[in-house]
Every structure is written in structure tokens, then in C-alpha cells.
Design a protein around this ligand. Sequence first.
Ligand SMILES: CC(C)(COP(=O)(O)OP(=O)(O)OC[C@H]1O[C@@H](n2cnc3c(N)ncnc32)[C@H](O)[C@@H]1OP(=O)(O)O)[C@@H](O)C(=O)NCCC(=O)NCCS
Length: 179
Amino acid sequence: MNCVSEITLKTISAENDFEDVLDLAERARDYVLLEVGHAPDRTYVQQFFEATPPDLGPECLMHFAVMQDSAIAGVICIADGYEFPEDWWLGLVLLDPAYRGRGIGKQALDLIKARAAAAGRQAVKLAVLDTNIRAKMFWAREGFDLHRLAPATPDSDGHDRIVLSFRIDTEEVGHETDR
Ligand SMILES: CC(C)(COP(=O)(O)OP(=O)(O)OC[C@H]1O[C@@H](n2cnc3c(N)ncnc32)[C@H](O)[C@@H]1OP(=O)(O)O)[C@@H](O)C(=O)NCCC(=O)NCCS
């Protein structure tokens, strides 16, 4: 089924949108269980808003709700400047299961790519769980290539991850920054 109406990205904050993100995480608990091994809770949402990549501060973080009309279909967290100054790092892309498989993820990603291009960034990167087969198919279809393997370490959460990268071509990503 195709998505009927266009989606937009709305900037969100812990101050104004914490409860809405918690509600979204509860609806998308299948992924939260896969990622952290327990149901979403307030700590999970706090981490969504506050967790920073190594060597970067909170000012690098951008948080968005994926809006379909007035409904929150999903949430996205991006770190500007990780792993390199010219990168945008997708910390989380999480859609409500009721909104998946309808092209909303692709639309949201196209908006992100366009915004990254407008900001002069050269790549969008992320780490996908090796066990997240459908997401791996999604990223591959959207043009993300293997950047490196990130296997579990004795100090990590036990997940093997795959770091993927999309090289931004400003000619191709279009002019979608006004949404
Ligand atoms: C991965 C995700 C962002 C993709 O967005 P989406 O709107 O469902 O994707 P689209 O509709 O644009 O494309 C559909 C494709 O996405 C993939 N996909 C990944 N997870 C999916 C899911 N749970 N349900 C439906 N499609 C999913 C499939 O390859 C699907 O293609 P197919 O219909 O040929 O099987 C979204 O499904 C999601 O939030 N999943 C759960 C959280 C997650 O895995 N996030 C990524 C972490 S790296």
C-alpha cells in the first residue's frame, strides 16, 4: 500500500514532546525490544533525547517527529558531525508499526538526505542491527552501502551492527528542505 499524503518532519524537544515520544516508543515496542531487550520506558526516551556520540556534545543532536497530517508516525534522531564533520549520523529512525511498509520511511529519508545536502554534509550514516533483516533491506534499497562492520565487544550491548553509508549527491537528492 502506498502512502496517501505527504509526510513532514517536525522538530521536537524533550521539554515539549517527551510524552509523545514515549507513546510512539510504546507503539513501536517491537523494535525497542529488539534493540534494548526490554519494553520502552522513560529512560529509553531520555536516551533518545540526550545520548551523544563519542566526543560530541548535545548541540550536535537534532530530533524530529515524522508527521502524517497531525499524527506522529515516527521519530528520528540525528547527530551532526559524527563520525566525521561532514557526516550526519542517524541515531534512530523508528516508525509506528501501523505506518510501516507504506513508503513513509522512504519519504522521511528523502527529506533527511535533502536537509543534509542543504547543510553541506557529504554522507548520511547509521548502524543497523545485524539481526534487523527488514531494516537492512530498506537501507540497501535506499542506496546505503556497507561502510564497516561493528561487531559486539565485551563492553557493548552484545549486538553485532553494520555501519552503512549513503554518499550525498547534491544533484540527486532534490530540493525538499522546505518541508
Ligand atoms: C525501517 C523503517 C524505518 C522503514 O520505513 P518504512 O516506511 O516501513 O519503509 P518503506 O515503506 O519506505 O519501505 C518498505 C520497506 O522497508 C523495509 N522494512 C523494514 N522494516 C519494516 C517493517 N517493520 N515493516 C514494513 N517494512 C519494513 C522492507 O524492506 C520494506 O520493503 P518490502 O515492502 O518490499 O518488504 C520502518 O519500517 C521502521 O521504523 N522499522 C522499525 C524500526 C527500525 O528497524 N528502524 C531502523 C533501525 S536501523
